[in-house]
Design a protein around this ligand. Structure first.
Ligand code: ATP
Ligand code: MG
Length: 579
């Protein structure tokens, strides 16, 4: 491609609202343009990258035996009503009516549609397993679309759905997808981790997220450097303390703590360690047949409640936080002075809290706290559960070291759905013994558009993007110093361009009549990995300059050798790349 025949739309500045490097760089490089909140157009340069990612995804999905198909993105409400998700999915779903007032949605995902297709098509065990996938637009009306295509409302997802006769089959299909994802993100040159994940609303058992490691990632990951344990913090287990609860040593006392509400303030004021304080969090669970039920959750002062794990405590799901009014009415205390002593309310203590003795809590009276509090003596034994976030330094649940924390961007997610959907939607088959059985289902998503942004988060510097070769919009850029002024430079640039083109290397020749500084800055911003600068001075000595986007210095290469040199560098991969 020649720049003069292309639409290169680089910008000096990105809009103020672009907080993340990837968002800023995608706008500045002219890859995307904003249409409306969470809606982006992919400009020619960006689309080249997106297509590269799609191609790798497609190849590896095909290699794993999945079959590409395409379902409509507009889906009838009736299918979603069969699984109950028409209501459950809530405001994230974009709902549409046709002229006859029939309800539809714009696909946020496609489990129901695929179940419908498969229940019509597949009848016998002989037709199983099947795994269908598509690469297609999804729409989720995110509360806070942000970071450009990273969390957009409209995005491209590769979504696959496997159907097996039995659980063993599902595990095989799941493994095949897990391995395909590993190959995809490895091939794309990304540094990533597969982490155990929470199953979320989707239900079922067994799930992993593929997380691209980046400081700006929205997800927290816990991993053990000494083993292969890795989990989303939402799902990571915090083990119970190794030492049992010590016997009560102190008597319970009410102490004045004027104006002190947080555990930090109270601990500092009383001169006790934060690890001796317990905070009380009040939640409400909906009940079909009566008023919402109140539960008090107890978390150590320096710990954080993990809402995902807490919602798994039997009888708690779905919970919401109690309002101040509910707390005052039922517990006769202000939210800032709450404690677990003296109430007839269900208590759920985190494992760490359950092992504490002589601790400090709110006294249910403004300006006071209780110290020397002990279970069994001052308040009933609580229900014990793992309801806090793990911290760096916690023991790894696999017993093979301690946990560390990292941040990641979720680019893919694989789920074992089991029969959660197929039972509801009657996706059954006839087995060898003529019995009707529900199929075992798995679903597997990759945020194809998010992958592009995640790759930039991991591969950029202050001058611009540094594409891993497999995602680069162009592999090589030729920057002539004075294309319009010097016939020799023009001839050399055109010749190299033709040669690279001849061996199917995607090459971008910047033949614009701009200052060299502008051409070089654009090449660095756009992130083309391999660059050849051609100038009169070098040509006189018979040399041109090669520089990889990750290198700080150019290498002089004989003009006659440059094609071979570039090809060798492409073969060798990037120096110091994330891989
Ligand atoms: P998140 O936790 O980031 O909201 P999710 O768990 O809801 O994502 P899935 O339902 O697992 O997403 O969808 C599969 C993949 O689609 C995700 O792994 C992610 O890469 C991508 N994805 C989901 N939501 C968005 C979005 N709003 N914008 C871009 N990509 C998205
Ligand atoms: Mg997910």
């Amino acid at each position: 491609m020649r720049a003069t025949q292309y639409y290169l739309a680089t910008l000096k500045e990105a809009p103020q609202e672009a907080e993340l490097a990837s968002h800023r760089l995608m706008l500045r490089a002219g890859m995307i343009r904003k249409l409306s909140s969470g809606l982006y157009s992919w400009m020619p340069l960006g689309l080249r990258v997106l297509r590269k990612v799609e191609a790798v995804v497609r190849e590896e999905m095909n290699r794993a035996g999945a079959l590409e198909m395409l379902a409509p993105p507009v889906q009838p409400a009736e299918l979603w009503q069969e699984t109950g998700r028409w209501t459950l999915y809530g405001p994230m779903m974009l709902r549409i009516k046709d002229r006859a007032e029939r309800e539809f949605c714009y696909a946020p995902t496609a489990e129901e549609v695929l179940c419908d297709i498969v229940r019509r098509e597949v009848k016998s065990y002989r037709q199983l397993p099947v795994n269908f996938y598509q690469i297609q637009t999804k729409f989720r009306d995110e509360i806070r679309p942000r970071f450009g295509v990273m969390r957009a409302r409209e995005f491209t997802m590769k979504d696959a759905y496997s159907f097996d006769a039995d659980f063993e089959g599902l595990q095989k299909s799941y493994r095949a997808m897990y391995d395909a994802y590993t190959r995809i993100f490895t091939r794309l040159g990304l540094e990533f981790r597969a982490v155990a994940a929470d199953n979320g609303e989707i239900g079922g058992t067994g799930s992993h997220e593929f997380q691209v490691l980046a400081g700006s990632g929205e997800d927290a990951i816990a991993y053990c450097p000494g083993s292969d344990y890795a989990a989303n913090v939402e799902a990571a287990e915090a083990l119970a303390p190794a030492t049992a609860r010590a016997t009560a040593g102190a008597t319970m006392q009410k102490v004045a703590t004027p104006g002190k509400h947080t555990c930090e303030d109270v601990a500092a004021f009383l001169g006790i360690p934060l690890e001796k304080t317990v905070k009380s969090i009040v939640v409400m669970t909906k009940r079909e047949d009566g008023p919402d039920v109140m539960t008090m959750l107890l978390i150590r002062g320096d710990h954080m409640l993990n809402e995902v794990k807490a919602s798994k405590v039997p009888g708690l799901k779905p919970f919401r936080f109690a309002t101040d009014a509910e707390i005052r009415e039922r517990l006769k205390a202000n939210p800032g002075s709450l404690g677990p002593v003296g109430h007839d309310v269900r208590l759920v203590a985190d494992r760490t809290v359950a092992a504490m003795s002589d601790f400090c809590t709110g006294a249910n009276e403004d300006g006071f706290h209780l110290t020397g509090v002990n279970f069994a003596r001052d308040l009933p034994e609580p229900i014990v559960a793992d309801i806090r976030n793990v911290l760096a330094g916690d023991p790894s649940p696999d017993g093979r070291g301690t946990l560390e924390l990292a941040r990641g961007i979720e680019v893919g997610h694989v789920f074992q759905l089991r029969t959660a959907y197929t039972e509801k939607m009657g996706v059954t088959y006839i087995d060898e013994k003529s019995a009707t059985r529900p199929m075992e289902m798995g679903c597997y998503g990759i945020g194809v558009t998010r992958v592009v942004a995640a790759a930039i988060e991991q591969n950029h510097d202050d001058r611009g993007i540094i594409w891993p070769d497999p995602m680069a919009p162009f592999m090589v850029s030729i920057i002539p110093m004075g294309y319009g002024r010097s016939a020799t430079v023009k001839a050399a640039a055109d010749a190299l361009y033709a040669e690279l083109d001849g061996v199917d290397i995607e090459v971008f020749l910047d033949d614009r009549d701009e200052r060299p500084g502008v051409l070089l800055a654009d090449q660095e911003l756009v992130g083309i990995p391999h660059r050849v600068v051609i100038g009169d001075r070098g040509l006189k000595e018979g040399v041109v300059e090669y520089q990889h986007r990750r290198e700080t210095e150019a290498t002089k290469v004989k003009q006659a050798d440059i094609l071979a040199h570039v090809m060798a560098r492409i073969r060798d991969g990037a120096p110091g790349a994330a891989r």
